[in-house]
Design a protein around this ligand. Structure first.
Ligand code: PMP
Length: 420
């Protein structure tokens, strides 16, 4: 097989996934926690970093550290080149048209706040509507609530069913000419549901609304093509795709970004400043006030290289098989109820066990070296809908194995015996 053929096969998910090689790339996984081999199943909260990302950060600080764009010296030029190469990497990864459409931010949360304040604040008025779904993360709820308070716009919420899927008829009913913006999560962090975003975007555009997709839980599992989706905004965080914390991306169509006022003022986002009038820098710098997270962007670029070299097709096929195995085994545990059983889902196994509190599972599993998350997962309305105080959630990344699932499930069964 040639190199090109093997990358194509990996992208299509038709080539064997070399899990041992992948695991060897993540040094943190090689340790013991409380005397047992770490089983890291909290990937929806944050993913671990491969050696190539850690080395990219190290190389930058060892050799190239300088501020970007303004310097005339060699280090500044190197830092600028690496920073802009990372932006080009993100552009290619998302299949955006232009690097001007890639704005570096702190993460998904900042990206959504940027859109709410810069796109919505001056445009929305009394009676305009923003439509979201009942499975959103707080990051895709609260910025819109703040915007509604500021503008008099109204927040509408499309409900979900008992599997954790969006009820399409209700979405259609709530989508009207009054809808100015639709905010949808691509993959729910609490349920794992994959939303049919392309269809939802087409429907929203038909009534003249723009669409923001919260891709925080999608980019590490699904190949995203913003041009194919035709979304207006797409947000994600570096740390959930094997990159550093403190760096994220807002993709937005260029024509929309051009029409938006700056989000924050300061250095870098200006073209010319006088006390009388300031003119703004070109895209994307108009939205990048202050010294950016240069190392973070470079690390994100390396993470994208890593994920691309593994092939998202192969990654998601592997993760799907691990998730299926985990779901089958989990359902054999007496009293266990899966929360989130959508036909189309990825990565997430959320559950409750009757007669127990989810938090107790987290504590007991930790003693067994297994890292999961318990609580409301920043999606309190989802917990309210399912009438649970929270869930225990295992979330699968590319390095997780069936053997790890066995350790996790045996741990849950043991915890249940202790708790019931
Ligand atoms: N949306 C979803 C679906 C998420 O899972 C998260 C992180 N848990 C966020 C938004 C917020 O991401 P960040 O904290 O990196 O800004």
């Amino acid at each position: 097989m040639t190199l090109a053929e093997s990358s194509a096969a990996r992208a299509a998910g038709t080539q064997d996934f070399d899990i041992d090689r992948v695991r060897a790339d993540f040094p943190i996984l090689q340790q013991e926690i409380h005397g047992r081999r770490l089983v890291y199943l909290d990937n929806a909260a944050t993913t671990q970093k491969p050696v190539s990302v850690i080395e990219a950060l190290e190389r930058y600080y060892y050799l190239d550290n300088a501020n970007v764009h303004r310097g005339v010296h060699e280090l500044s030029e190197r830092a600028t080149r690496a920073f802009e190469a990372a932006r080009a990497n993100v552009r290619d990864f998302l299949n955006a048209r232009n690097a001007a459409e890639i704005v570096f931010v702190r993460g998904t949360t900042e990206a959504i706040n940027l859109v709410a304040q810069s796109y919505g604040r001056w445009r929305f008025k009394q009676g305009d509507e923003i439509l979201i779904t009942a499975m959103e993360h707080h990051s895709n709820i609260v910025p819109w609530q703040l915007l509604c308070e500021q503008t008099g716009a109204v927040l509408k919420v499309a409900p979900i069913n008992e599997h954790g899927e969006l009820i399409m008829d209700e979405f259609d009913r709530l989508l009207t000419e009054r809808t100015q913006l639709v905010g949808i999560v691509h993959v729910s962090n609490a349920l794992g549901t994959i939303n049919p975003v392309k269809t939802l975007i087409r429907k929203a555009h038909a009534v003249g609304a723009v669409v923001l997709v919260d891709g925080a839980q999608a980019v590490a599992h699904i190949q995203v093509d913003v041009r194919d989706l035709n979304c207006d905004f797409y947000a994600f965080s570096g740390h959930k795709i094997y990159g550093p914390t403190g760096i994220g991306v807002l993709y937005a169509k260029q024509s929309i970004l051009e029409a938006m006022p700056p989000y924050q003022g300061g250095g870098e986002m200006i073209e010319h400043v006088t006390f009388e009038k300031t003119t703004y820098n070109k895209l994307p710098y108009k939205f990048e006030a202050g010294t950016p997270n240069i190392a973070g962007a470079i690390g994100l670029g390396a993470a994208i290289d890593y994920v691309t070299s593994m092939g998202l097709g192969a990654v998601s096929a592997h993760e799907r098989s691990v998730l299926q195995y985990a779901s089958q085994r989990a359902q054999q545990i007496e009293g266990l109820r899966l929360v989130g059983t959508a036909d189309l889902k990825c990565s997430i196994l959320s559950f409750v066990v009757s007669g127990t509190h989810p938090a107790d599972f987290g504590t007991i599993l930790d003693q067994l070296g297994v890292a999961i998350r318990t609580g409301h997962h920043c999606a309190m309305p989802v917990m309210q809908y399912f009438d649970v105080p929270g869930t225990a959630r295992a979330s699968i990344g590319m390095y997780n194995t069936r053997e790890e699932v066995d350790v996790f499930i045996d741990g849950v069964a043991r915890a249940r015996q202790m708790l019931v």
